[in-house]
Design a protein around this ligand. Structure first.
Ligand SMILES: [Fe+2]
Length: 231
C-alpha cells in the first residue's frame, strides 16, 4: 500500500492511499491533483474520508465524490468500525479527540495520518476544550514505535520550530530537522518529534526546568503538558 501526500491551499496536507487498483482519499482538498494522479495510475477511488470535519479538510469531498463512484466514510462510521479496508489492507482508525471531538488518526503500516492532532513540530489547538482528552490522545500516539512516520494535516514546520527554538535555544536537533525539511514532502518520525516537539517533550529535563522557571506547574505529566499548552 502506498501513501502520497498532496499539498493544497497554503499549508494544508491531504493524502491518497492506494494499491494496485484502488485508492482512498483522506482530506482530499487537492482535488484536481488527486484526480489527475488517479487517472494517470489507472486507479479507481473507493472512498473519501477525513481526519476531522473542519472545512479546510472536507473541502475536496464533494468534487471527489462527484467525479468518481467513491463512497463517503463519515466520522461516526469510522469511530464505530475502527477499520477501513482497501484491497487486502486494513487501515486502523484511532479516536484522537482534543483538537475536535471527532478527530481521528489513521494507522497504515508504520505511518500515522494525524490530521490536526499531531503536527511535525507541534500539536493542534485544543478547540474541543477537553485538554485531558487531548493529552490522552497525544499519549496514545506517543506509544507507537519511534520509527513511525507522522503525516499531519498542515505544514506548520517553520513557525512551530521557531517557537520550539525560542523555548530551547540550544536544541541542535531542531536545526538539524530544519535542514532536512522538504515542503514538497512534509514528514517526521516519532523519534524526531521526541527531539524537537516541545509538546511531546514534557518529560524532558530541559523542558521541565523551563516550565519551572516560568512558575508553571510541573508535578505530574498532565500538569507539564497543560503548562506547555499555556505558554
Ligand atoms: Fe482542524
Amino acid at each position: 500500500m502506498n501513501i502520497k501526500q498532496f499539498r493544497y491551499s497554503t499549508d494544508n496536507l491531504g493524502y491518497l492511499v492506494y494499491g494496485k487498483q484502488l485508492a482512498g482519499a483522506i482530506d482530499g482538498g487537492a482535488t484536481d491533483a488527486i484526480l489527475d494522479f488517479i487517472a494517470d495510475k489507472g486507479l479507481s477511488l473507493k472512498w473519501v474520508t477525513n481526519t476531522h470535519t473542519h472545512a479546510d479538510h472536507t473541502t475536496g469531498n464533494e468534487a471527489l465524490l462527484a467525479a468518481s463512484g467513491a463512497e463517503y466514510l463519515a466520522g461516526a462510521a469510522l469511530r464505530r468500525d475502527r477499520i477501513i479496508e482497501l484491497e487486502d489492507v486494513k487501515i486502523d482508525v484511532y479516536q484522537t479527540p482534543g483538537h475536535t471531538k471527532d478527530s481521528v488518526t489513521f494507522g497504515l503500516g508504520s505511518t500515522l495520518i494525524t490530521g490536526d492532532t499531531l503536527f511535525n513540530g507541534t500539536i493542534g489547538n485544543c478547540f474541543s476544550g477537553d485538554l485531558k482528552g487531548f493529552f490522552n490522545s497525544i499519549k496514545m500516539l506517543m506509544a507507537f514505535p519511534v520509527e513511525t512516520v507522522i503525516y499531519a494535516g498542515h505544514d506548520y514546520v517553520q513557525e512551530s520550530l521557531t517557537f520550539a527554538k525560542s523555548l530551547e535555544p540550544d536544541n541542535r536537533d531542531i536545526d538539524h530537522f530544519l535542514k532536512t525539511y522538504d515542503p514538497a514532502h512534509v514528514r517526521s518520525t516519532l523519534q524526531d518529534e521526541f527531539k524537537i516537539n516541545p509538546f511531546l517533550r514534557f518529560n524532558d529535563e530541559k523542558i521541565v526546568l523551563m516550565l519551572k522557571a516560568k512558575g508553571l506547574q510541573t508535578a505530574s505529566e498532565y500538569e507539564r503538558f497543560e503548562s506547555m499548552c499555556s505558554i
